[in-house]
Design a protein around this ligand. Structure first.
Ligand code: BGC
Length: 987
């Protein structure tokens, strides 16, 4: 439907101005041209043909409407293309088919190029340089070259004058490779199903651009980006696209093709779209074709009368890529690819481009180099994708202390990532929970580097077992959200603390987990941003850990080009502000050497080869449903094993349906408002949440009355109290929320939840509290309730899992991976200078005394210690045997016995107490073993203590050092209950 829009009159006004300009320019051009030119216009080499004349030409810019790109290929030496007065600029011609190119003739106007390249490309996306100069002479330049390609361009980087680049003619000679393939003529898009990101109104649907009716149009909302796409019904070779713009056209847009409408390949891209009718030769294959607009030329939306797609030309000749399917060692294959790459191809692997995933690295089809799709992470497939399993929060997984289950958690994530087409999973998060207020405490593991490292390694092995790369994050010292990614989050931290607390989990992720990649953090560390911090990247990761993978910046955490590249950063995300053109210039200038560039590229290629990405066709798509009943079952098992029983007075738990006839489920978090995931990039969609109320009701069965009250206001508390009084048991569900982006200000339950719990406890002595928090929480009512669970954002199976624990179908076995302090005043970082910092500094002055190390060294009694967790059975520890150091290890064994009447699991924990002369914390976790035991059953658990476990970092000693003396070995079931003690003596 045509409209009489403001756009129509705007266009007429603009045309008048253009016409006047054109007239003036035509006169000027004729004057200048007339005095200047006597140039060859015929083939100059035997057997070659002038290939470029009359072909479609485009340019990075044009000085004005009188100097279009087409004027340089029109055979008329009095008309010219001329660019804007800036660098770089290019003009390119589409030869229509892949041709062999032997000569290029440039007929410069006065404004010539001093530094430029002649480049060829099969697809107008990836370019190969076949001629390069920095001493261009102007005049007529006849350049003998050797190259092949359908597209050929002059790419200018330094102008010889203050003006733009100006060419009377751009002539390309060679042998035609046109094999007579046909393109079109029928519009394959006409009448096909169409969709768009938006439509301006009901009169401008997507379908109107594909209806063959030039008086109806699609038009979008007035914002960027916007797209319109058509489904051709089957995958087809695409050779040409015609866009007929209404007045509201795109100045920057891409034409993209896709097999699945999820992953898109760009076949044409411009930032200087002229509007009107655009006739674009493209080379691509796909079932779907779209116009993806990123900048509108007018304040209105994007508006297309027609969008035609021609198909039929044969696909381009297959590239020659001997490194694909090759049996040569990875290092050889990497060298082969690097040797074949030009600089822009190399740089294209080192930064993100837009796409269907949170991070996308573009493929290089000419070299068969696959692209990379990066997606959050770290508790399953995030970033809003549906059809996935919402696993319990990573802190819940850490609370299992079960590396086999964590491996299964990782494998579950890995298959779901693979099914979604993800090549790099952005996780696990291994940052230390330095303080319980950290807004991302839920998505990381622990206050202890050893536990975090072991769980991380198991998680990574699981993810990577499915062919998906894991990206461990965020290196390093990223422990608060306040002031993140700004110089004000400047952690002042000594080397010993870095090496003993903040780096070991990355070391384990790399050396034991074999993580493909690391994400550097938003933090500033001792005055230098993490992503350009040579101590964190080059020294710790690449030298100390012998890392062979790549480092990706957190999104927006790249802050420089040269310093970052030289410090060990490999890849900028999500865009190319520092690692695109700026990196190219730095390499050209020599401030980043070619050797460094090749090292960076090699790191990415190495992992691509190791993960088989060159040898398998990409599969998976964002729209796929990847959750399965087995994955949901894993989510439930992790929720059951990770939930920690903190109190069970008089063995009230487990509940029995023979003695419990009525249950009051209370609290907003017990009903449909249950929080099953933290927020931010780690948030994962649920494919079907079971609330505690539903889980308990289903498990309790018809013989038990289950009632519910949220109790969110005073009247609600009264109703809750009345329900509690009338019920055998009251279960209060309480939570605080955590999300990336901000820290929480305190660790008390917010709102009226403490009042609700105290009031209910006063009404019914059989009150059980289920806490649902991302880290430690205070419990002012602890003495008056019978039972307490910590449930940590337990994922979509939360309700079934807590019901199984309450009724004893599952025996609690989780152990706290973080200390629960009695109050915030007791935490290690208790001053403002430490948290969240003052005067643009965050003082990590507690040093290595993080978590239980602090409470132990200060003799502070926590509310619940690190490693603590109850069971419905009891365990005994006996028979400690500590072997002498032999080689670099000592073998420690102990017996764990189930001394109760119920089957259950216990986690035997081994701590080392260094000689006091070292100044190290009183004890540090160096081993744990989880065992499942039948009633009365005993099992020997074995730990290997290495000499590194006994070492500490001393700058004065130049690194890790082991002091002579007696090292205490302590074994038990929490950091504060270690009944077995022995000694290892270091001579
Ligand atoms: C987060 C990362 C995440 C990235 C991509 C950042 O804000 O810090 O953990 O992977 O966004 O979503």
């Amino acid at each position: 439907m045509a409209r009489s829009s403001p756009g129509t009159s705007r266009r007429h006004g603009r045309l008048r101005v253009l016409f006047t300009l054109l007239t003036v320019l035509a006169i000027l051009t004729a004057l200048v041209g007339g005095t200047q030119l006597a140039v060859p216009s015929k083939a100059s080499a035997a057997g070659t043909t002038l290939l470029s004349q009359g072909k479609s030409a485009t340019a990075s810019s044009t000085e004005n409407a009188g100097t279009p790109a087409s004027a340089a290929v029109d055979g008329n030496t009095t008309t010219r293309w001329s660019s804007a007065f800036s660098d770089p600029q290019w003009i390119q011609v589409d030869l229509g088919a892949s041709d062999t190119i032997s000569q290029v003739v440039l007929q410069w106007e006065t404004a010539y190029g001093k530094s430029f390249q002649i480049q060829t490309s099969p697809d107008a996306a990836v370019w190969t340089s076949i001629y390069s100069t920095t001493t261009g002479t102007g005049g007529t330049q006849t350049l003998n070259v050797t190259g092949t390609g359908r597209y050929i361009r002059l790419y200018g980087t330094a102008r010889g004058t203050a003006w733009g680049y100006s060419l009377w003619e751009f002539q390309v000679y060679g042998t035609t490779g046109d094999t007579g393939g046909t393109c079109g003529p029928a519009n394959a898009a006409q009448g096909r199903p169409a969709t768009a990101s938006s439509t301006e109104n009901a009169m401008t649907p997507a379908s109107a651009a594909f209806d063959g009716d030039t008086s109806t149009r699609w038009s979008s909302a007035f914002s960027d980006p916007q797209w319109v796409q058509v489904d051709l019904g089957s995958s087809q070779p695409i050779c040409h696209v015609d866009l007929t713009w209404e007045a509201a056209f795109a100045s920057a847009f891409q034409i993209q093709t896709s097999q699945d409408a999820a992953t898109w390949t760009t076949v044409y891209s411009t930032t200087s779209g002229p509007g009107g009718t655009q006739s674009l030769n493209v080379t691509g294959t796909g079932r779907y074709v779209r116009m993806y607009g990123t900048a509108r030329a007018t304040p209105y939306g994007y508006s297309l009368w027609e969008f035609q797609v021609l198909t039929g030309t044969g696909t381009p000749p297959p590239p020659n890529c001997p490194w694909v399917g090759s049996a040569a060692p990875v290092a050889t294959r990497v060298s082969q690819v690097i040797a074949a790459m030009n600089q822009s191809q190399k740089i294209s692997l080192l930064h993100g481009v837009g796409g269907a995933y949170v991070g996308v690295v573009a493929p290089i089809p000419a070299l068969c180099v696959p692209g990379l799709n990066l997606q959050d992470g770290p508790q399953g497939v995030g970033d809003g994708l549906g059809g996935v399993t919402q696993l319990p929060a990573p802190v819940a997984a850490a609370a299992t202390w079960d590396t086999a289950l964590e491996n299964q958690y990782g494998a579950t994530e890995g298959t779901e990532f693979a099914g979604k087409g993800v090549s790099v999973a952005l996780g696990p998060t291994v940052n230390i929970v330095r303080d319980p207020r950290f807004g991302r405490a839920f998505e990381t593991f622990s206050e202890d580097p050893y536990l975090a490292g072991q769980i991380a390694a198991a998680n990574i092995q699981g993810i990577q077992s499915q062919g998906v790369m894991a990206q461990v994050k965020h290196a390093a010292v990223y422990n608060q959200e306040t002031n993140r990614n700004s110089p004000a989050d400047n952690a002042i931290v000594d080397n010993q603390t870095l090496q003993e607390i903040y780096l070991p989990a990355f070391n384990a992720a790399i050396t034991k987990g074999n993580a493909s990649s690391v994400m550097c953090s938003y933090s500033t560390i001792n005055g230098t941003y993490a992503c350009e911090n040579p101590y964190i990247l080059n020294t710790a990761l690449y030298q100390q850990d012998a890392f062979t993978g790549f480092v990706t910046s957190d999104w927006g955490a790249t802050h420089s080009t040269v310093a970052s590249a030289n410090s060990g950063l490999t890849m900028e995300m999500p865009g190319s502000g520092y690692f695109g053109t700026a990196l190219s210039s730095a390499v050209t200038a020599g401030t980043v050497t070619t050797a460094t560039l090749n090292t960076m590229v090699g790191r990415v290629l190495t992992k691509m080869f190791e993960f088989g990405l060159f040898d398998k066709a990409p599969s998976g798509s964002t729209g796929a449903t990847v959750t399965t009943p087995a994955h949901v079952a894993t989510a439930r098992t992790v929720a059951e094993e990770g939930t920690v029983l903190l109190k069970n007075a008089n063995s009230l738990l487990p509940l029995s349906t023979s003695t419990t006839h009525s249950i009051a489920v209370l609290g907003n978090d017990g009903g449909s408002g249950v929080q099953t995931s933290g927020g931010g990039s780690a948030g994962v969609s649920s494919s079907g949440t079971v609330s505690p109320l539903t889980g308990i009701t289903n498990r309790a069965g018809s013989g038990v009355t289950v009632s519910y009250e949220a109790g969110t206001d005073a009247a609600g508390v009264t109703r809750a109290v009345n329900l509690a009084k009338a019920s055998d048991v009251a279960i209060v569900f309480a939570n605080y929320g955590e999300s990336e982006g901000s820290d929480i200000s305190n660790i008390d339950l917010p709102g009226n939840q403490n009042t609700l719990i105290s009031s209910v406890a006063a009404a019914n002595p059989k009150t059980i509290v289920v806490l649902n928090t991302g880290s430690a929480v205070t419990m002012p009512w602890l003495g008056s309730v019978a039972g307490v669970f910590e449930n940590w954002y337990a994922g979509q199976e939360a309700g079934n899992a807590i019901a199984a624990l309450l009724f004893g179908d599952a025996n609690p076995s989780g152990k706290l991976p973080v200390t629960f302090p009695a109050s915030l005043a007791d935490v290690p970082a208790h001053t403002t200078a430490q948290w969240p910092g003052t005067n643009n500094q965050v003082q990590y002055s507690e040093g290595v005394d993080v978590g239980y190390r602090w409470y132990d060294s200060q003799n502070k009694t926590p509310l619940f210690p690190f490693g603590y967790g109850l069971s419905y059975t009891s365990f005994g520890f006996s028979n400690l045997s500590v072997g002498a150091l032999s080689g670099n290890t000592s073998t420690v064994t102990a017996t764990v016995t189930n001394t109760g009447t119920t089957a259950g699991a216990e986690v035997a924990q081994l701590y080392v107490g260094d000689p006091s002369s070292t100044g190290e914390p009183p004890k540090q976790l160096k081993g744990f073993v989880r065992v499942s035991l039948a009633p009365g059953q005993s099992q020997t658990v074995q730990f290997t203590v290495s000499s590194h476990d006994l070492a500490h970092w001393a700058d004065s000693a130049g690194g890790w050092t082991t002091t002579s003396g007696a090292y205490q070995i302590l074994v038990g079931d929490s950091s504060r209950n270690l009944p077995l003690t022995g000694t290892i003596t270091v001579p």
